[in-house]
Design a protein around this ligand. Structure first.
Ligand code: F6P
Ligand code: MN
Length: 333
């Protein structure tokens, strides 16, 4: 197969799709370049002095790892000067990062989880970066948090990089899902997956089972039926996988199907789930839908949720369509 770089892919997409503007193409290239830098830092591990805690907390009160902070800085530094962005929001920052006045501003808003699954860094298990792109509302020159509060259905692009045995970038600009593998010697992302599709049926689920006692009744029913296997109402055995890095779990589902669930639980009634709507759920939901899967909160389509605040959490059910529809029906019934 001819090697098609991310750059070439984007230029050809730009010719075909009106909504991929020169600035959006630049944005995606810049994010991809930042992901290469993060991939290198992650790959150095202990030799790079990047493991362990940064001795700080983020806005959600989670202890930050050194690599959380470093990845956030890499993404900010790469993106603030290109003239393609109006502002940047990150899971690791309390408030949006304004574009410094010395640089021109563009029409896009970029959101990211700079290092997803960071509890896995110190044990050398896959982590990743997730990003989402929205348009800055018309007439807004100094965007605030409020300007980011748009439903996921308005995303113009979304993607993730997974730093595993190889580094893979998965991307959608609303016309299918494509994946690129980092050629480390050449330093470029090469197209390795076109129009990825998630199988509609699956026998694999991903969930943190240790929270089972805190789940709501519809979840107890759904998982109970899966666990009952071939003797239960589903009449087949199901297998379970849980990496505890959303990027890695979603990437497996994109590759071979499955359902990923982080439900609401009653452990802390103040928290409507663990995952963040704007940095994790929305970009992954966009990718999954573009690959023929489904994504809900258990009760409604994720991409239709009207965000109330930048760092809000949400229950997440995504992956193979038939399973997501079934568990959502249990919640609604
Ligand atoms: O970013 C949150 C996250 O680390 C996800 O990447 C992952 O899916 C989840 O939390 C893991 O949760 P738990 O610690 O409950 O297994
Ligand atoms: Mn995360």
């Amino acid at each position: 197969m001819k090697h098609i770089s991310l750059t070439r892919f984007l230029i050809e997409e730009q010719r075909e799709h009106q909504h991929l503007t020169a600035d959006l193409r630049l944005l995606i290239e810049v994010v991809a370049r930042a992901c290469k830098a993060i991939s290198i830092a992650v790959g150095k591990g202990a030799l790079g002095g990047v493991l362990g805690s940064a001795n700080s907390e983020n806005v959600q009160g989670e202890v930050q790892k050194k690599l959380d902070v470093l990845s956030n800085d890499i993404l900010l530094e790469a993106n603030e000067w290109g003239g393609h962005l109006a502002a940047i929001a990150s899971e690791e920052m309390d408030l949006p990062h304004a574009i410094p006045h010395r640089y021109p501003k563009g029409e896009y808003l970029l959101l990211f989880d700079p290092l997803d699954g960071s509890s896995n860094i110190d044990v050398n298990v896959s982590v990743g970066t997730i990003f989402s792109v929205l348009r800055c509302p018309d007439g807004v020159t100094e965007p605030t948090s409020r300007d980011f509060l748009q439903p996921g259905a308005r995303q113009l692009a979304a993607g993730y990089a997974v730093y595993g045995p190889s580094t893979i970038l998965v991307l959608t600009i609303g016309a299918g899902v494509y994946s690129f593998t980092l050629d480390r010697e050449v330093g470029s992302f090469v197209l390795t997956g076109r129009n990825l599709r998630i199988p509609e049926e699956t026998q694999e689920f991903a969930i943190n089972m240790s929270n089972q006692r805190h789940w709501e009744a519809p979840m107890q029913r759904y998982i109970g039926e899966l666990l009952a296997g071939s003797k239960g109402p589903r009449g087949k055995d199901f297998n379970m996988r849980w990496v505890a890095s959303m990027v890695a779990d979603v990437h497996r589902i994109l590759t071979r199907g499955g359902i990923f669930i982080y439900p609401r639980d009653l452990k802390d009634p103040g928290k409507p789930g663990r995952l963040r709507l704007m940095y994790e759920a929305n970009p992954m939901a966009f990718i999954v839908e573009q690959a023929g899967g489904a994504a809900t909160t258990g009760r409604e389509r994720l991409l239709d949720v009207i965000p109330g605040e930048l760092h809000q959490r949400v229950p997440v059910f995504l992956g193979s369509k038939s399973e997501v529809e079934r568990v959502t029906a249990y919640h609604l019934g």
